[in-house]
Write a new protein. Sequence first.
Length: 662
Amino acid sequence: MAAVNPDLQSERDGATFDTNKLTFLLDGGEGMTERRREVEAEALADPEVTGGPHYHFMSRPEQYSDAVRKAVHYMKQAKTGKFDNPADAHWYRNTLWPNEMAPIGLHTTMFLPTLENNSSPEQKEKWAPLAKDFKIIGTYSQTEMGHGTNLKALETTATYEPELEQFILHSPTLSSIKWWPGGLGKTSNFAVVMASMIIKGKNYGMHPFIVQLRSLEDHTVITGIEVGDIGPKFGFNTIDNGYLKFDHVRIPRENLLMKNAVVEPDGTYVRIAKNEKAAYSTMIFVRAMIVLEVATRGLAQACTIAVRYSCVRRQSELVPGGPEPKVLDFQTQQYKLLPVLASCYAYWFSGLFIRMTYFQINYEIQQGNIDLLPELHAVSSGLKAFTSYGSMAGIEQCRLACGGHGFSQASGLPKIYTTMTAGCTYEGENSVLYLQMARYLMKSFLQAEKGETTTNSVAYLSKKNLDKCVLGATLSPDTIIAAYEHRAARLVRKAGLRVNALEAAGKPYHEAWNLTSVQFTKAAEAHCHYFVVLKFADTLEEMEDEAEIHNVLLQLFQLYACYGITNYAADFTEDGFMSQEQLDMVRLRVLDLMADIRPNAVALVDSFDYPDHILGSVLGRYDGNVYENLYKWAKDSPLNKTEVHDSYYKYLQPMITGKSNL
Ligand SMILES: CCCCCCCCCC/C=C\CCCCC/C=C/C(=O)SCCNC(=O)CCNC(=O)[C@H](O)C(C)(C)COP(=O)(O)OP(=O)(O)OC[C@H]1O[C@@H](n2cnc3c(N)ncnc32)[C@H](O)[C@@H]1OP(=O)(O)O
Ligand SMILES: Cc1cc2nc3c(=O)[nH]c(=O)nc-3n(C[C@H](O)[C@H](O)[C@H](O)COP(=O)(O)OP(=O)(O)OC[C@H]3O[C@@H](n4cnc5c(N)ncnc54)[C@H](O)[C@@H]3O)c2cc1C
């Protein structure tokens, strides 16, 4: 391995804590870190994983094809049973497709989970092993050209015919064509198709059906089906997001996934699930996973790149006539990066929380106890929106902080950005998800107004909140939490009272709701902000005695919270809760905290523990040898394969010389 750039080494030497120990905390324990590193090391030693053409120097069809090569490699490994632990499989995939979506990504994240959670026991026994063993490859096909958000308006129909005990799948309009499902265009031979179920003329709404799309022999498309790729996108170019059109395609009755609702041979519909949104369960799972696995990890990688690079990059003067400083020593550069780094840690702890909570509550739901489903739906929706937006903005901030080189694909940042920003849209567009959380907040507000006790994430709504902020120079977690509680409670209440007032003035509820929806999305955002602050504080409280790590995490917590207050100053001050003096103090504390954190900046990003291969960044290399590798990168560019490019002979030469050698 090449010698580490002394500018980066000095940062590591000056850190006040052991990065390894912080990595253990982030991974959820030393054993988890060790296992992840083992899986990554095995993958990194495999030329099928790290070899192959350079991602950025391929065309899109080549990128897709290479991703399929890797998919086959993954499936062969998985078939040996070595990834029986889902976490192992996840680490392996992250190393194989760094910041890319695998053509089989939907198979593992949505197709299989839907089969497992929406099938009857017999169906599960039939389909899940086939999918687990990759004998069939599937996707999750829900969104249509005309509707992604409004699931009640999906137009694909599954009409039951009792005589033959079959459903007939049909796409009646242009807008009913399934559009966007990942891996649908070229890779999958099966899909879970969400379609409106019609029995004897009655529409029972969206239900999941398992449908074969292509032959298992030669991959040709099944009669009555039209399927293909939707073309190049802003990112996600290794995956074949597809379209799918049905022309009266017949499937057996048994292909309705019947855990939540059964259709008997004569067409009798029997609902089993207690909650009518049971068919939406896979979306909750993915939203809960996006927080850590997509939003936070994308941001952690961007922070790693930008912080390391900012300690390698020297520019301008700090001391007149003095040597060029590391750019991270400029206060403005710290202001660009350190609050983003603090938010990354904040999101990480919320991500760990929602992942664990999802598995706990889902277990209860599987046992038939659905009491906590509304809470899970609201929190997973809100956190998905809050963290994906924050990460998207943070990644862009990291890119800008890298100056000109940040604009090059060599930085790795454009790819991280385009992959991550899709998470603001897929699995529920962010505003739409905030409005789902807002419904929950409105209900909870009404409960609190009636004097009832609200619980879980909204417990604070029925508490007596402080009228005056008691935040002082010590910035204790309790006073910070109280400030965020006050802000969220006030914004929820204000929006709720306006809905009530509009209704009292004669507006129908739906109109009152729409007229308050901007306020409500801000209230939902404030609620999520509070929740993320709370989970960060909980993590600090639960930490075992690792004083050095506790100190630096406390500084990050305070920075995250103070920066949030300065960014949303009006929310905290306009009702007189926080004084101007307190706000001024908080603003100055942001600057002091940045100075406190600065010496540990590199150690804090090293703790995310990303191998260079996953970062895919010349700027963010662990060894900090940026310039020689930027030069190498440019030399490898396909345009430099020949001294004179073909386009010269085709276009420039005739113009410049009046003759052509072609
Ligand atoms: C160690 C690690 C191991 C882990 C490894 C796993 C790693 C996995 C990593 C995966 C990460 C990323 C992969 C990314 C790939 C994703 C690719 C993208 C896929 C997709 O996009 S699929 C399509 C997704 N589509 C959507 O999300 C559609 C959004 N729209 C909706 O959800 C709904 O239509 C709606 C919620 C907006 C509205 O629905 P509607 O039926 O009209 O209902 P309403 O009338 O508004 O509400 C009625 C009540 O129902 C409640 N409700 C709504 N949704 C749900 C739900 N899902 N569950 C429970 N309850 C729900 C709603 O709140 C209302 O309740 P109320 O009346 O207020 O009480
Ligand atoms: C990269 C990517 C991968 C995807 N993968 C899959 C997949 O595998 N399977 C699949 O089925 N789908 C997939 N999708 C589709 C995705 O789930 C939808 O695009 C997403 O749910 C948003 O729906 P939409 O496109 O209909 O947006 P729209 O709902 O049309 O959004 C447009 C605008 O309208 C606003 N809006 C819509 N409804 C409301 C409302 N009720 N109140 C206020 N504002 C509203 C939105 O906030 C947004 O600003 C994918 C999409 C992308 C981008």
